[in-house]
Design a protein around this ligand. Structure first.
Ligand SMILES: Nc1ncnc2c1ncn2[C@@H]1O[C@H](COP(=O)(O)OP(=O)(O)OP(=O)(O)O)[C@@H](O)[C@H]1O
Ligand SMILES: O=c1[nH]c(=O)c2[nH+]cn([C@@H]3O[C@H](COP(=O)(O)O)[C@@H](O)[C@H]3O)c2[nH]1
Ligand SMILES: NC(=O)CC[C@H](N)C(=O)O
Ligand SMILES: [Mg+2]
Length: 555
């Protein structure tokens, strides 16, 4: 499906740069309601084009009362009123509603970050009953005066929840004055205008009742219908590819052996059959025996035509002496495209017609975390790193992109692969980044035999995980070469050798992650196997950082 021009976006999310915006989209799609996210400062026409029943305003890093804060387009509130659209502001979104409609927001005396308790009021439309619940907060500003027509329907509990007595709430509801100032406004509503606001983040799992609230809001308050299924993507996407690609056109697919490109290739193959030509690139940055393994499983399990291009020298010569992570990523992205152009040229000699399209297995998180392309809706957040297939692409690229999974998350892609009968061996594979070991060796990847050392360590670690039967409970596991020497003692001799790091994470979509809690005996076994078998390594460390604050890959 061309998700971006999908006209049945029941829930449109306007993004103001929160790190959690993608989660709102995911949560709502999980409820079988199609949702899409566009920039918070989109024009009114761009917003209206989606004809959505509900618009959610995300959180964001800005302060609504300071200059330069992103604002909704002029006429937004008139548009929603005239069209009967429901609006829910989350955090910055709530503050924006208040500020734009004549209320007041200011920097709070004390911020609320992390777990908080709130009390919700009886008789509100958004919360059907009064209760105390735990929520996740992340704000430094607070609402001190409500716009006309709004009432407070929940407050955070800084002191004792007993101070939130029902009769005191009643007074607040009517005049909107903050007489219980130690208890920040946590939720507001103006049901006759269909506008609601939550100061906390219902989309994160640390707000245990958040999903329930979103569900109640969508189905009971907004009367949205659950009419979206993942398999719709498949049908629409096949249609889109058929419309875009002419009946004589040939298409190249960059196939890595990973989940995303395998599913993307399978979708395009359904649409255009043998006019799809897959290319697998050995960039010299692959894992132990990866080329052999991937090529043999392609042949055995997938009925696709795949050509393997050995481009080790091309990549490694360009990476010589390069240590800056973003530079590595850009060089690799550019080289991939140059190889695809060459492959298109070779096919032209063979077929008498040049392929004009390139299929990539790009996912929504790749887009979110790379340079935000226009229209992606990520105009207010920071670039974390350039994924080789998005931010790392050269500007003068000749091939046109087909990215059927561009707005999907990994678990959605795995589910889609299941519908397409892609073998489980492909679907369960841990993700492996296109820039490969280059983002796992800190510093110059061409120095000495760092790549080989890393391959051996990684192989020992991942094989041990498979043998222990825990591969499927881990989202991704790999080794890193930090390029640091430490002193050791091996066979009574002093050594000054390398330290290697192991990383294993659990995650839903790679956007946030936690480190995997191995049995210490497992770590002990892997550590001694690595030091005994891999020359030049005398120390093994385990990375115990979540994302955030770290990212999954070290570069
Ligand atoms: N070695 C490779 N040869 C050809 N294309 C590649 C290679 N590595 C990556 N790509 C392209 O870059 C895209 C993004 O890579 P990415 O690693 O995110 O996805 P994937 O490899 O398909 O799946 P996974 O995330 O499970 O590894 C791939 O979908 C594929 O189109
Ligand atoms: O194809 C890719 N090209 C890239 O440039 C790239 N960078 C990171 N990753 C993978 O994305 C997920 C999140 O990783 P980070 O937290 O390091 O951004 C993890 O699964 C990473 O392995 C990439 N995949
Ligand atoms: N998470 C948010 O949306 C924060 C909103 C605003 N920046 C604040 O600190 O209050
Ligand atoms: Mg990959």
């Amino acid at each position: 499906m061309d998700l971006e021009s999908h006209k049945n976006t029941q829930v449109l999310i306007l993004d103001f740069g929160s790190q959690y915006t993608h989660l709102i989209t995911r949560r709502i799609r999980k409820l079988s309601v199609f949702s899409l996210c566009i920039s918070g400062t989109s024009s009114l026409e761009a917003i209206a084009e989606h004809n959505s029943r509900v618009i959610i305003l995300s959180g964001g890093p800005h302060s609504v009362h300071l200059d330069g804060a992103p604002w909704l387009p002029r006429g937004f509130f008139e548009y929603v009123e005239e069209n009967g659209v429901f609006v829910l502001g989350i955090c910055y979104g709530l503050q924006l509603i208040v500020e734009m409609l004549g209320g007041e927001v200011k920097a709070a005396k004390s911020s609320e970050y992390g777990r908080m308790n709130i009390g919700t009021y009886e008789g509100s439309v958004l919360f059907d009953k009064a209760m105390e619940q735990q929520v996740w907060m992340s704000h430094g500003d607070e609402v001190i005066r409500l716009p006309e027509g709004f009432s407070v329907i929940g407050r955070s509990k800084r002191n004792s929840i007993d101070s939130l007595k029902k009769n005191e709430m009643g007074t607040l509801n009517q005049n909107g004055v903050d007489c219980l100032h130690e208890n920040t406004i946590a939720a507001i509503e103006n049901p006759s205008k269909r506008i609601f606001g939550l100061q906390y983040h219902p989309e994160v799992t640390h707000s245990p009742k958040g999903m329930e609230t979103l569900q109640y809001f969508l189905f009971e308050v907004c009367k949205v219908t659950a009419d979206w299924e993942l398999k719709d993507v498949l049908i629409d996407e096949i249609k889109t590819v058929n419309n875009e690609v002419g009946p004589e056109d040939h298409v190249i697919c960059a196939l890595s052996g990973g989940v995303d490109s395998t599913v993307a290739a399978t979708i395009v193959h359904e649409a255009i059959g043998d006019r799809l030509h897959c290319v697998f690139v050995d960039n010299g940055l692959l894992r132990f025996q990866e080329k052999e393994h991937v090529m043999s499983t392609f042949q055995a399990d997938l009925h696709l035509s795949v050509t393997c291009v050995d481009a080790t020298d091309r990549f490694l010569s360009k990476l010589k002496g390069v240590v800056e992570p973003e530079m590595k990523r850009k060089i690799i992205g550019k080289e991939f495209i140059s190889i695809f152009d060459d492959f298109a040229h070779e096919l032209e000699q063979k077929l008498g017609r040049k392929p004009t399209f390139l299929v990539q297995g790009t996912l929504y998180p790749d887009v979110i975390e790379s340079c935000p392309p226009p229209g992606s809706g990520r105009t207010h957040s920071h670039t974390i790193k350039s994924h080789h297939n998005v931010g790392g692409l050269p500007k003068d690229m000749k091939l046109k992109l087909i990215e059927p999974l561009k707005l999907l998350f990994k678990d959605e892609v795995r589910e889609l692969g299941g519908i397409l009968h892609v073998p489980q061996g492909f679907l369960k594979r841990h993700p492996f980044p296109g820039p490969g070991l280059a983002v796992r060796v800190i510093g110059d990847v061409t120095e000495g035999n760092v790549l080989d050392t890393l391959r051996q360590v990684d192989h020992i670690f991942v094989e041990a995980i498979k043998q222990a039967g825990i591969y499927d409970s881990i989202w991704q596991a790999f080794a890193v070469f930090p390029n640091i020497r430490t002193v050791g003692v091996q066979g009574d001799q002093r050594t000054h050798s390398h330290v290697v790091a192991l990383r294993a994470i659990t995650s839903e979509d790679g956007m946030t992650a936690d480190w995997y809690n191995f049995d210490p005996k497992f770590l002990q076994y892997v550590s001694s196997k690595i030091c005994n078998e891999v020359q030049g390594v005398n120390r093994v460390v385990y990375d115990i950082t979540s994302k955030p604050p770290s990212t999954v890959e070290w570069e």
